[in-house]
Design a protein around this ligand. Structure first.
Ligand code: PGA
Length: 253
């Protein structure tokens, strides 16, 4: 038996100016304070991180960023470093989201560098993986996800794995309203855990939290979270309003 504490994270993407971010976080905080069975994290855009950091300080709500560079500092116009995120009070950083991979040219190699940089600063990565619709339909889903997991976690020592979260997000389910069925998600989560057991060892794999992401909402969260290998959710659209997000952290109530 393992004791994986589910983790529900809101990926706000490029939404919310500071005043809106403050309203949103103040709206969800009371529910987070009452919640005892999952960890809750919000990942605002960079410009709202400080505002949200000030509000969540000393509460149970964790702060995350959506991306970072792999160097601490340097001539990298437009980039933000792990050191800067640590300084602001971030605990988590989402790495390798499919939007970063497809729209900003991120590769398994650059993702791997970012992960290593995060460990250096005791920041916790949420490593995203997931296949496109075309890859699923052509039955290459396992091959693609395996490549992303092995590439993203290449040369990472097993002692870093308890602080690593994986997010399985089928690209065809992100922002489309089309969720993977609980069976499809469970099948891929079990497959990912098998790869992790092969890369590290079974007990390490059994302790890694694997979130599901892709159109998670109040209507489907309970069934998804009831699956044995699903340990929380990475939520986009439904994380932008307290009324939609709060039910997602109360999936056991
Ligand atoms: P969605 O996004 O919940 O809007 O599908 C999930 C994500 O992109 O992390």
């Amino acid at each position: 038996m393992t004791s994986r504490i589910p983790i529900v994270a809101g990926n706000w993407k490029m939404y919310k100016i500071r005043s809106e971010a403050a309203d949103l976080v103040n709206g969800i905080l009371p529910a987070v304070s009452k919640n005892n069975y999952c960890e809750v994290v919000v990942c605002p855009p960079f410009t709202a991180l400080q505002t949200v950091a000030n509000i969540v300080k000393g509460t149970k709500l964790g702060l995350g960023a959506q991306n970072c560079h792999f160097e601490d500092s340097g001539a990298f116009t437009g980039e933000v470093s792990p050191l800067m995120l640590k300084d602001i009070g971030c605990k988590y950083v989402i790495i390798g989201h499919s939007e970063r991979r497809t729209k900003f040219g991120e590769t398994d190699e650059s993702i791997n560098k970012k992960l290593k940089a995060l460990y250096k600063h005791q920041l916790l990565p949420i490593l995203c993986c997931g296949e496109t619709l075309e890859e699923r339909e052509s039955k290459r889903l396992y091959e693609v996800v395996e490549r992303q997991i092995r590439g993203g976690l290449a040369d990472i020592p097993s002692e870093k794995m308890p602080t690593t979260v994986i997010a399985y997000e089928p690209v065809w389910a992100i922002g489309t309203g089309r969720t993977a069925t609980p069976e499809q998600a469970q099948d891929m989560h079990a497959f990912i855990r098998k790869i992790l057991a092969d890369m590290f060892d079974k007990s390490t794999a059994d302790n890694i939290r694997i979130q599901y992401g892709g159109s998670v909402n109040a209507g489907n969260v309970k069934q998804l979270m009831a699956q044995p290998d699903i340990d929380g959710a990475l939520v986009g659209g439904a994380s932008l309003e307290p009324e939609k997000f709060i039910p997602l952290i109360q999936f056991k109530d």
